[in-house]
Unconditional design. Sequence first.
Length: 190
Amino acid sequence: MAGLRERARRAVQAELAAVALELFTARGFDEVTVDDIARAAGVSKRSFFRYFPAKEDAVFGGVQVMGDDIAEQLAARPTDEPPWESLHAVLREWVARIDAESQATLRLIERTPSLRARFQQKREEVRGSIAAALAVRTGLDPFTVDLLTTAAGAAVECASREWLRAGPEGDHMELVDTAFTRLRPAAATP
């Protein structure tokens, strides 16, 4: 569990990310400067850079926080729960939490090449945190952990792309459940 200082840091980082996303969505990523974000958030440019190394990272500020939280929640799952079911339960909960802002953010990422590249990098970092938590909880070998977390990430990613294509009528949670069901390992995983 994160300490008080770390939780406070995460809260400020999430707030800065939210301000940045609002500006990016309204004006476009390339039209917004770090000065614009800092001014709108009521912090200095220097403070912004304490939380994010680059403007692109503000789009993904919540991604790292989310990854850390997912890893913590995964570690807290019952030890007798199959790993695939644990991944499904935790990731499903997070998809439900972020649905409201996801479509706008995903569309912003899709239309901004620099964000697409950074998103892949961040996604891999988060997957690494989740894999480490799964490995500790289950004691599974690195290959199996990598396979399970990569498949779970693919399930969420494919469900999200289909959700974007479907528009407002799409049911993101149903798509996530369908993806996890279709990818469920055939052999029982210890």
